[in-house]
Ligand binder design. Structure first.
Ligand code: PMV
Length: 328
């Protein structure tokens, strides 16, 4: 890039998983949709001697310098990994001053860590003048996800990089066009935080003890994802809703429900949701509910807010990572 201190900026979206979380970790199919809530990374080339990082959402007014003697707080481990991988210690004339902000609630099953990684990697590629492609950004973001989540399926980084809707199985994706003009996906945040790595580990332990039973659940989830793809292509909202609720029953059997999620489910059922399920790892985080009537959607959102939950209609993001650099 030009050495004129022009800043570089990329954003990347969060996601909901419509079908197949947990099963996807074991190579079964899942379907994810990118949502228009974004993490954003801005890099300003600086004359200081090391890269620095600001994350005002997590550490207001604090800047961390990255050099060989320091390590960052554990919540910034994946960010540190990416920066060290991509900026091997050689002398440079300029170093990046990196700022990351995010609209995506963390620890809520909305893919915030993947979106942060994708926006950071894209910005660093531009800073380093690397002509990167989306596959390379996705590959590196998967490595960053492994730092946080242990053995992630790769669905979060893939949907954040490519956007839209995807059917994902065994690290292979295909795009699905999602029609959200005549239906409404509502995200309801229980505000119960949870750690994906811990929940995935608990499910693994259950499977280690009772492989046959858990794999049977995964087979049923696989069938739901396959039928879900067909229903999404047809725009059959009733069927999509039914499949979401069936998927929720299986997630509860897997043991990743939570009383607050059950409370939300009861509320959206009372408002005639076509279907609803948790999204992401579970044990807290968010419910996604499907409606086909705008008025009922708004009434449900009002009731949920009155009960103290965050609730909003999802805007699907057809775009994945996006260049936000403003050229003056
Ligand atoms: O809770 P999230 O947004 O990190 O999603 C986790 C989804 C899982 O299927 C449980 C794990 C994975 O790596 O796919």
């Amino acid at each position: 890039m030009d050495m004129d201190n022009e800043s570089i900026s990329y954003s990347a979206p969060g996601k909901i998983i419509l079908f197949g979380e947990h099963a996807v970790v074991y190579g079964y199919a899942a379907i994810a949709i990118a949502v228009e809530l974004r993490a954003k990374c801005t890099i300003v080339p600086s004359l200081s001697k090391n890269p620095s990082i600001l994350t005002p959402d997590l550490f207001p007014n604090k800047s961390f310098t990255i050099n060989k003697d320091t390590s960052l707080p554990s919540s910034l481990r994946a960010i540190e990994f990416v920066i060290r991988e991509m900026l091997p210690s050689k002398k440079r004339t300029q170093y990046p001053r990196i700022e990351i902000t995010s609209e995506i609630p963390p620890s809520a099953g909305l893919g915030s860590s993947a979106a942060v990684a994708v926006s950071l990697i894209s910005s660093l590629h531009a800073f380093l003048n690397i002509n990167s492609n989306l596959d390379e950004i996705n590959r590196m973001a998967f490595e960053a996800e492994k730092i946080i989540h242990g053995s992630p399926s790769g669905i979060d980084n893939t949907i954040s990089t490519f956007g839209g809707g995807i059917y994902y199985e065994n690290e292979v994706k295909r795009k699905i066009l999602i029609d959200d003009k005549s239906c409404f996906f509502v995200i309801v945040n229980s505000l119960i935080p949870r750690n994906t790595k811990d929940v995935v580990e608990k499910v693994k332990q259950r499977r280690d003890k009772n492989k046959q039973e858990i794999d049977q659940i995964y087979e049923e989830i696989q069938s739901i994802s396959t039928q879900g793809e067909m229903s999404l292509k047809k725009g059959d909202h009733e069927r999509i809703g039914t499949l979401m609720s069936e998927n929720q029953n299986l997630l509860e059997k897997l043991g990743v429900g939570h009383p607050e999620l059950t409370k939300i489910i009861r509320l959206v059922d009372k408002h005639d949701a076509l279907g609803r399920k948790l999204t992401g790892a579970g044990e807290g985080g968010c419910i996604v509910a499907l409606f086909d009537d705008y008025q009922k959607t708004q009434q449900a959102i009002n009731t949920l807010k009155e009960k103290g939950f965050q609730a909003f209609i999802t805007n699907i993001s057809s775009e994945g990572v996006r260049n936000e650099t403003e050229h003056v």
